[in-house]
Design a protein around this ligand. Structure first.
Ligand SMILES: *[C@@H]1O[C@H](CO)[C@@H](O)[C@H](O)[C@H]1NC(C)=O
Ligand SMILES: *[C@@H]1O[C@H](CO)[C@@H](O)[C@H](O)[C@H]1NC(C)=O
Ligand SMILES: *[C@@H]1O[C@H](CO)[C@@H](O)[C@H](O)[C@H]1NC(C)=O
Ligand SMILES: *[C@@H]1O[C@H](CO)[C@@H](O)[C@H](O)[C@H]1NC(C)=O
Ligand SMILES: *[C@@H]1O[C@H](CO)[C@@H](O)[C@H](O)[C@H]1NC(C)=O
Ligand SMILES: *[C@@H]1O[C@H](CO)[C@@H](O)[C@H](O)[C@H]1NC(C)=O
Ligand SMILES: *[C@@H]1O[C@H](CO)[C@@H](O)[C@H](O)[C@H]1NC(C)=O
Ligand SMILES: *[C@@H]1O[C@H](CO)[C@@H](O)[C@H](O)[C@H]1NC(C)=O
Length: 831
C-alpha cells in the first residue's frame, strides 16, 4: 500500500502544480479507510466514502466541510451507487474507471476503456479528469455531474443534475429548468425573456462569489441572467455550491471553510414556496405549511398514505373509483389547488363556474380531480389519471374537487391546539357569532345596495365624483374600467413597471393628472381587494403617495394615484447626469423615514411595506419624498406574507432583509433593512449590491463598511456632490449601517431612525452589518486612532465651522453586538 503512495508523491512534485496525477493501475479499496486521491492543496479528494459501516460510495468531497460534490451514480435516479466493504474503485491499465463490488460485479464504469487515457488527475477546483496524452480530457467529473455544481464548473446543454424524480437542465434558448419526471417543468430561470431563439452555446456557472450566472458568447456580459445567494460577494473563504436537492428545490449553499464540518447553510433557493414544487407530496398528496415548514397529507379520510413511514410518497384511495360504480361523489377542498405547469394547458382548461367545475369533472369518465382558480378569470383545470400534486393554504383562492367513492369524509382540522371540550364551546360560540354576523352583514349589504343603486342613478353627470377627488375627501373613488381606459388614452403612456404591474399616466375629466397602476397577479377576490384599498386610502401623510381611487371589475384590478411630476428617486441617484444636491437628498432620506414610520407606528392598521427601494420613492415638484406601493404586500400578518413573497421579490434584490429569504417571520424590521440600503444609496449614488473591481469584488454595502472602518468616509460619498453637510453625511452613514444589521433585533425602529437622522438622539458606532470581518484582515485589526483622525479630517475639510469637535470624543471599541439604545458614549455626541 505504501508504494503507490510514494509513487504518487513523486508524481505530484514533477507534474503541473495545480493538479495531482494518478497513474493508470491505481486502486482505492473500501477496506483501507486512509486511501484517497487528493487535490494538491487538499481542498478536494476522491475516496470510497462509508455511508454505513459496511457500505461505501465513490465520491469527491470538499474536505473542509465534508460536502459531497460528485459520486459514481445511477444515470436514471441520480442515486449514488453503493458497494460493500470488499469494493474497489480502480483506474484500470486500459483507462477505464470502475467501481467494483466485493463480489466482483461492475457497479459503475466511466466507459473510457481503450480510448487513450494516459492517467487521471484531480485539481483544486474539484475536477477529476481522465486526460489523453495531449492533456485533452476523455472524461471528467465536471462533465458528468451528479446533483452538485461547484464554482467554475460549466453547466451546459445536455447536462443534467438529478435527484430522485427531479432534474435540472438547460435548454438551447438559455433557460435553466427544474423538471419533475423529466416532463413537468415547475421552475425556470431564463437568460432574458425576450430571447426565443437558440443561443450558440449557453452555459450557467456558479461563481465562487455566490452569483449564479448565465453566459453565452453571443452576448456581452451585461445581457445575462443571474441569481444571487444572500451572502454573495462576501467572505473570501466561503465555499459555495449549487445542489439539486431531493425535495425538488435547487439551492445555493455556503460553507465557511475554516469553521469545520456541519456549517453548511442554504443561501438561495430556486422555488421560494416549497409547496409549489410539483410532486413534493407524491401522487394525490397535499402540501401545507405548518409553522413555516411544508408538511404532506392526504386530501381527506377517503385516502390513506401509500407508505405510512414516508408521507412524501403520496396517497391512495381506500376505495378505488373503478370499484365504486354509481356511488362516486366529489370531495370539495377549499383553499386548495392542484398544481398545473405550465399554468395554461389548453386542453385541460375550461372557463367554468364553481358548480360546473365540480359537475363537469364528476360526469367525465377521465377526470379524477378539478381545480377552480378563483382569481376572477374563472379557470377550471381538469385532472386526468396520472400524477396529481396538491397545495393547500389559507390564502390560496382556489377550490378543488376530487372524486371519491361514497361519502366524502373531510380531514380533521390540521392545527388542533385545544382539547375537544374547549373546541366544542368555541365552536358553539363561533356558530352563534357567525349567525349574528351574517345577519348584520346581510342588513348592511341591503342598505349599501340601496345606497349604491341610488347613487348610481344620480351619478349620470360624473363630474361630481371627480370633485371629490380634488378635495381629498379620504374615500377612494371607484372608477369603471372604461373611465380609466379613456383617461389613460387606452393605457398608452407607460410611466414604469413595478413589482405589481405597469403604471400609466392619465388625466381625469377635471384635468387632474393621475398615475394608474394595473395590478397583476393579485390572486384575491373583490371583497379582499376592497378591504385593502380601504386600508391604503386610510393613510394620510405628506410623505406617502395619495391613493385617489380604484377599479375592480371582472379580472381588472387597478389603483389610481396622484401623479408626481419628478418620478422616482432611482432616476436621480443612478443616472449619471441627473443629480440632487445634498440638502435635497437629506430631506428625501428624512421624508422617506417619516413616511415609513407613519406606516409602521402611526396609522390605524400597521402596514409593512415589504418593497422599499428607490423605485418606490417618488418626488414631487419640490423634491418631497413620497413613498409609493405600500399596502400591496398585505397588512401586517406574518402568515399571509409568505405567500406574497414571490411577487415582491422580483426585481428588489439587494433591498430584501436576510430573514426574508431565510423564510423567517417578516416584521417591520425588514423595511428598516431596505431603508438602510436606500439611505446608503442616497449618500453614495451607487447601488448597494453593485459588485465591481472598484469595490474589490465585494458588494458595495459591504465595501462601504470596510471603508468606513478604515476612516475613509469620503470614498462612500457620491462624487457628484460638490458640497455636503458632513455632520449629516456621517449621521446618514451611521444610521444606514445600523439599519442593515443582519440581526433584526439590532436594527432600530423606524421612529428611532428619524430621531437619529434629525440629530435628536446620539448615534453609537454601528457593528459590522454582516460578518464582514471574518474574511478580511483589516476589518478587525484597524486601529481606532487612524479611524478617528480620518473621520475628523473628512469632517473639517468639508464643514469647517458647524461640526462638533471630533478629537475629544472617546470612541468605543468595535463590538459585535450591544443594545444601542442603552449606550451613553457615542461616536458623534450629536444632540
Ligand atoms: C489510518 O490513519 C490513522 C491515523 O491517521 C491510523 O491510526 C490508522 O492506523 C491508519 N490505518 C491504516 C489502515 O493505515
Ligand atoms: C449514462 O449516460 C451516459 C450519457 O447519457 C451514457 O453514455 C452512459 O452509457 C450511461 N451509463 C449507464 C450506466 O447507463
Ligand atoms: C454488492 O455486493 C453485496 C454483497 O456482497 C450485495 O448485497 C449488493 O447488492 C451488491 N451491490 C451491487 C450494486 O451489486
Ligand atoms: C486551494 O487551491 C484553490 C485553487 O488554486 C484555491 O482557490 C484555494 O483557496 C486553495 N485552498 C487552500 C486551503 O489553500
Ligand atoms: C467553461 O466554458 C468556458 C467557455 O466554453 C471555457 O472557457 C472554460 O474553460 C470552461 N471551464 C471549465 C472548468 O471547463
Ligand atoms: C414519468 O414519465 C414516464 C414517461 O414520460 C411515465 O411513463 C411515468 O408514468 C411517469 N411517472 C409517473 C410517476 O407519473
Ligand atoms: C433550436 O434547436 C433545436 C435543435 O437543437 C431545433 O429543433 C429548433 O428548431 C431550433 N430552434 C430555433 C428557433 O432555431
Ligand atoms: C434582453 O435582450 C434584449 C435584446 O435581445 C435587450 O434589448 C434587453 O436589454 C435584454 N434584457 C436584459 C435584462 O438583459
Amino acid at each position: 500500500m505504501l508504494k503507490p503512495c510514494l509513487f504518487l508523491l513523486q508524481f505530484l512534485s514533477t507534474v503541473s502544480s495545480s493538479s495531482t496525477t494518478i497513474p493508470l493501475g491505481s486502486t482505492l479499496r473500501a477496506s483501507d479507510r486512509n486511501q484517497s486521491w487528493s487535490s494538491p492543496n487538499s481542498t478536494f479528494s476522491l475516496s470510497l466514502l462509508p455511508i454505513t459501516p459496511s457500505s461505501f460510495v465513490a465520491a469527491i468531497t470538499y474536505i473542509a466541510a465534508d460536502v459531497l460534490v460528485w459520486s459514481a451514480s445511477n444515470n436514471d435516479t441520480g442515486d449514488a451507487l453503493v458497494v460493500d466493504s470488499g469494493g474497489t474503485f480502480s483506474l484500470l491499465p486500459n483507462g477505464a474507471l470502475r467501481l467494483i463490488n466485493g463480489s466482483g460485479s461492475i457497479v459503475w464504469d466511466s466507459d473510457t476503456a481503450n480510448r487513450g487515457v494516459s492517467h487521471a488527475s484531480i485539481d483544486d477546483s474539484g475536477n477529476f479528469q481522465l486526460p489523453d496524452n495531449d492533456g485533452f480530457p476523455i472524461w471528467s467529473s465536471f462533465d458528468n455531474p451528479t446533483d452538485t455544481l461547484v464554482p467554475s464548473q460549466n453547466f451546459t446543454v445536455g447536462k443534467i443534475l438529478r435527484s430522485g424524480s427531479y432534474s435540472l437542465s438547460l435548454d438551447r434558448s438559455g433557460d435553466l429548468n427544474l423538471k419533475w419526471n423529466d416532463t413537468v417543468e415547475y421552475w425556470s430561470l431564463g437568460f432574458n425573456s425576450s430571447i426565443n431563439g437558440n443561443l450558440s452555446s449557453p452555459r450557467f456557472m456558479l461563481r465562487s462569489n455566490g452569483i449564479l450566472v448565465g453566459l453565452d458568447p453571443s452576448f456581452s456580459s451585461g445581457m445575462v441572467n443571474m441569481a444571487f445567494s444572500t451572502d454573495y460577494g462576501e467572505g473570501n473563504d466561503v465555499f459555495r455550491f449549487l445542489r439539486m436537492d431531493g425535495d425538488g428545490n435547487l439551492r445555493i449553499y455556503s460553507t465557511s471553510g475554516n469553521s469545520g464540518a456541519g456549517n453548511v447553510t442554504p443561501t438561495w433557493a430556486a422555488v421560494t414556496d416549497q409547496c409549489r414544487v410539483f410532486g413534493f407530496c407524491g401522487d394525490m398528496g397535499i402540501c401545507r405549511y405548518k409553522d413555516s415548514n411544508p408538511v404532506c397529507g392526504c386530501p381527506s379520510l377517503n385516502f390513506e398514505l401509500v407508505d405510512v413511514n414516508d408521507d412524501r410518497k403520496g396517497c391512495k384511495r381506500k376505495m378505488k373509483i373503478e370499484d365504486c360504480p354509481g356511488d362516486v361523489t366529489m370531495l370539495e377542498l377549499e383553499h386548495t389547488e392542484f398544481l398545473t405547469y405550465p399554468p395554461e394547458v389548453s386542453d385541460q382548461l375550461f372557463t367554468l363556474a364553481f358548480v360546473a367545475c365540480r359537475l363537469t369533472c364528476l360526469q367525465s369518465g377521465s377526470c379524477i380531480a378539478s381545480t377552480l382558480v378563483a382569481d376572477g378569470r374563472g379557470f377550471c383545470y381538469m385532472k386526468t389519471p396520472g400524477f396529481v400534486s396538491g397545495y393547500q393554504g389559507e390564502v390560496l383562492p382556489s377550490t378543488s374537487f376530487v372524486k371519491v367513492c361514497g361519502q366524502a369524509v373531510p380531514n380533521p382540522p390540521l392545527y388542533q391546539d385545544t382539547s375537544g371540550k374547549d373546541k366544542d364551546i368555541r365552536l358553539q360560540a363561533l356558530v352563534v357569532g357567525g349567525v349574528v354576523l351574517a345577519t348584520l352583514l346581510a342588513l348592511v349589504a341591503v342598505v349599501i345596495s340601496f345606497w349604491w343603486w341610488f347613487y348610481r342613478e344620480k351619478s349620470g353627470h360624473t363630474s361630481a365624483k371627480y370633485e371629490l377627488v380634488d378635495y381629498a375627501s379620504g374615500a377612494p373613488v371607484k372608477f369603471s374600467y372604461k373611465e380609466l381606459q379613456q383617461s389613460t388614452k387606452g393605457f398608452s403612456e407607460k410611466l414604469g413597471e413595478g413589482g405589481f404591474g405597469a403604471v400609466y399616466k392619465g388625466t381625469l375629466p377635471n384635468r387632474m393628472v393621475i398615475a394608474v397602476k394595473q395590478l397583476e397577479g393579485i390572486e384575491q377576490g373583490e371583497k379582499q381587494f376592497r378591504m385593502e384599498v380601504a386600508t391604503i386610502s386610510s393613510t394620510h401623510h405628506l410623505n406617502l403617495v395619495r391613493l385617489v381611487g380604484f377599479c375592480s371589475e371582472g379580472r381588472h384590478r387597478l389603483l389610481v394615484y396622484e401623479f408626481l411630476r419628478n418620478g422616482s428617486l432611482d432616476k436621480f441617484l443612478f443616472t449619471p447626469n441627473e443629480s440632487l444636491n445634498w440638502q435635497n437628498r437629506f430631506n428625501i432620506a428624512l421624508g422617506t423615514a417619516r413616511g415609513i414610520t407613519y406606516l409602521h407606528e402611526e396609522c390605524r392598521d400597521c402596514i409593512i411595506h415589504c418593497d422599499i427601494k428607490p423605485g418606490n420613492i417618488l418626488l414631487d415638484e419640490v423634491h418631497t419624498a413620497k413613498v409609493s406601493d405600500f399596502g400591496l404586500a398585505k397588512l401586517m400578518n406574518p402568515k399571509d406574507q409568505r405567500y406574497l413573497s414571490l411577487a415582491s421579490i422580483r426585481g428588489t434584490r439587494g433591498y430584501l432583509a436576510p430573514e426574508w429569504l431565510a423564510n423567517l417571520p417578516i416584521t417591520s424590521k425588514c423595511d428598516v433593512y431596505s431603508y438602510g440600503m436606500v439611505l446608503l444609496e442616497i449618500v453614495s449614488g451607487r447601488r448597494n449590491f453593485e459588485v465591481s473591481p472598484e469595490t474589490d469584488g465585494k458588494k458595495f454595502s459591504l465595501w462601504a463598511y470596510l471603508e468606513f472602518e478604515k476612516g475613509n468616509v469620503e470614498a462612500i460619498v457620491d462624487k457628484r456632490l460638490a458640497e455636503v453637510n458632513s455632520e449629516q453625511v456621517l449621521r446618514a452613514i451611521l444610521v444606514s449601517f445600523w439599519c442593515i444589521q443582519e440581526q433584526p433585533s439590532q436594527r432600530p425602529m423606524m421612529g428611532k431612525v428619524v430621531q437619529m437622522l434629525e440629530g435628536i438622539v446620539d448615534i453609537e458606532r454601528p457593528p459590522a452589518p454582516k460578518l464582514v470581518a471574518e474574511g478580511s484582515s483589516h476589518g478587525t485589526t484597524m486601529t481606532l486612532n487612524s479611524n478617528v483622525s480620518a473621520l475628523s479630517t473628512y469632517a473639517t475639510s468639508n464643514a469647517p465651522s458647524s461640526s462638533p469637535s471630533f478629537m475629544n470624543i472617546e470612541v468605543p471599541p468595535p463590538r459585535s453586538s450591544r443594545d444601542m439604545t442603552k449606550e451613553s458614549s457615542s461616536l458623534l455626541g450629536l444632540k
